[in-house]
Write a protein that binds this ligand. Sequence first.
Ligand code: R5P
Length: 296
Amino acid sequence: MVLVTSGSPSKTLAWKVAQQLNTKFFDTEVKRFPDGETYVRILGEVAKEEVVVVQSLGHQPNHYLVELFLILDALKDLKAKRVITVLPYFAYARQDERFKPGEAISLKTVSRLIEAAGADHIFTIDSHRHRVVEQDELTKVPLEDLTAMAELAEHVNSKYELTNPAVIGPDSEAGAWAKIAADALSVDYDALEKKRFDAETVEIKPRHLDLKGRDVLIVDDIISTGNTIIKAIDVLKKNGVKDIYVACTHPLLVLNALVRIYQAGALDVVGTDTVSSVISQVSVAPVIANAINKIK
Ligand code: R5P
């Protein structure tokens, strides 16, 4: 039997995953000492068991990473048979390359540390590692990226009567996510593309589609400050679209991102529960449970 647990950030999601897997959730106690150190205590009988650790890294990535390292190492020390690590939101993945000389490539560092702490199999969801194509560049254990884009698109489609909809990625990197969402609805997709004519003149527009009069669903992996989505909404309005809906996997929503996106003209903004937020309407628990069932 596989058991499910979580540190402090993802207990509800971990419990939902256990429900989906028809198995037991056990708690892991986490405390912070007055000096900032982290204390972890595994509250389940894990010897010879397969254990799934669900630990999202949103909002307090450094704290949650240390929790994760302590949990993984403790599980191994307590003789768990296999430790499956699910990172619904994988922080530090955006720095997937050395863009400027001397930069730490945080995606690689963090991936290796999670493996070294004891992960035997790692799952992420709509992870932002566009420039790392082969997973074995990151870890020797399997590292699989799942997606919630189809579930997000179906959710928006079931809530609204969309007029001749298209799915749009706010930049070329989001084009692949737009395709997954669009395929789920059997509709068109496109991505916005930046064309630079000279130092002062930049034009952002859809790569292929004429979107005039069409409803649009913008999809992206992360909404952090909201600036990417707001820029996309401005461009789409200039291109004459009808109604605009927004969906993202990881609603970090820092500062007043959500209000600013609504003010920019979005009719609705939906996200998943990889990061708990007021727009977390779609649960990724079934996506995670399906993936775990395949490797059981
Ligand atoms: C960047 O390439 C990502 O895919 C997101 O578009 C970005 O992280 C969103 O950040 P923000 O909401 O701050 O614009």
